[in-house]
Design a protein around this ligand. Structure first.
Ligand SMILES: [Zn+2]
Length: 253
């Protein structure tokens, strides 16, 4: 598994905006050539063109740099732009700690390795999750997520309160098809399979009336997808995500 540094994602965004900007500039230049634009618009086109070129250059440079963080089955590989690269192998790692944007790999012997993570918090937590899961796999254990899927914890249905190992969740809505399609209410339902099916029947019947001709195209496939999922074993992926995040937080603090 490889986790790329957020600067790589920024690079992709810059390239996309650069391409859109260049397309707009080329369209403007064609208008100018045909005498279709006023002289004061020429300046704006030149500024957009220069900015787009810079975005393309910055985006391509960011994409060409090797990722600062790479996490795979062998270990954690750190390659900052201004310091020496460091490879930490999983057999040396005794534990993973995350404190804010700092990731600490505790070693079996020798000093611990501290890394300053960049980017948004969700990216940092993804990195801690990957470190923990890959180090567990290297020790012959199940990753955090695989352990949750293999032995789903018992949770309570939010509707009837019964214990279940198959907690399901979906976003129930009532949409109105008038002159425009609009959602008039949205509720997340998290419940055991029988309660979720009850909620899904209500959802599909109400939307049959409110969505009329759009019913077979939008609410019906959505209903079928969640109805079939309600028969599958284990918790919904969104529930597993939340349990995994909590487990990683507990194991890394
Ligand atoms: Zn229930």
């Amino acid at each position: 598994m490889i986790v790329r540094d957020v600067s790589q994602f920024r690079g992709t965004f810059r390239i996309c905006f650069g391409i859109v900007g260049m397309a707009l500039t080329i369209m403007d230049l064609r208008h100018i050539a045909e005498g279709g634009l006023k002289p004061d618009v020429h300046g704006v086109s030149i500024v957009i063109g220069c900015l787009s070129l810079w975005l393309l250059y910055a985006g391509i440079s960011a994409r060409r740099r090797p990722p600062m963080i790479r996490i795979d089955q062998t270990g954690f590989h750190w390659k900052p732009q201004t310091a020496d690269a460091l490879d930490v192998h999983w057999h040396d790692v005794a534990g993973v700690t995350q404190s804010g944007k700092q990731l600490i790999l505790r070693t079996q012997q020798g000093p611990n390795h501290t890394f300053k993570l960049s980017g948004a918090d969700h990216s940092s937590s993804r990195i801690a999750t990957a470190c923990l899961s890959e180090s567990f796999r290297a020790q012959g254990r199940l990753s955090v997520r695989d352990a949750i899927v293999a032995a789903p914890p018992v949770l309570h249905c939010e509707e009837c309160g019964k214990e279940t190992k198959q907690l399901k969740t979906y976003l129930s809505y009532v949409a109105l098809l008038a002159q425009v399609v609009g959602t008039i209410s949205e509720t997340r339902v998290t419940a055991c399979p029988s309660c979720i099916r009850g909620s899904l029947y209500k959802f599909v019947l109400i939307n049959m009336v409110t969505m009329n001709v759009m019913w077979p195209i939008v609410p019906l496939p959505y209903f079928l997808y969640h109805w079939i999922n309600s028969f599958r074993s284990g918790h919904s992926p969104a529930i597993v995500d939340a349990i995994e995040e909590e487990a990683v937080r507990r194991l890394t603090t």
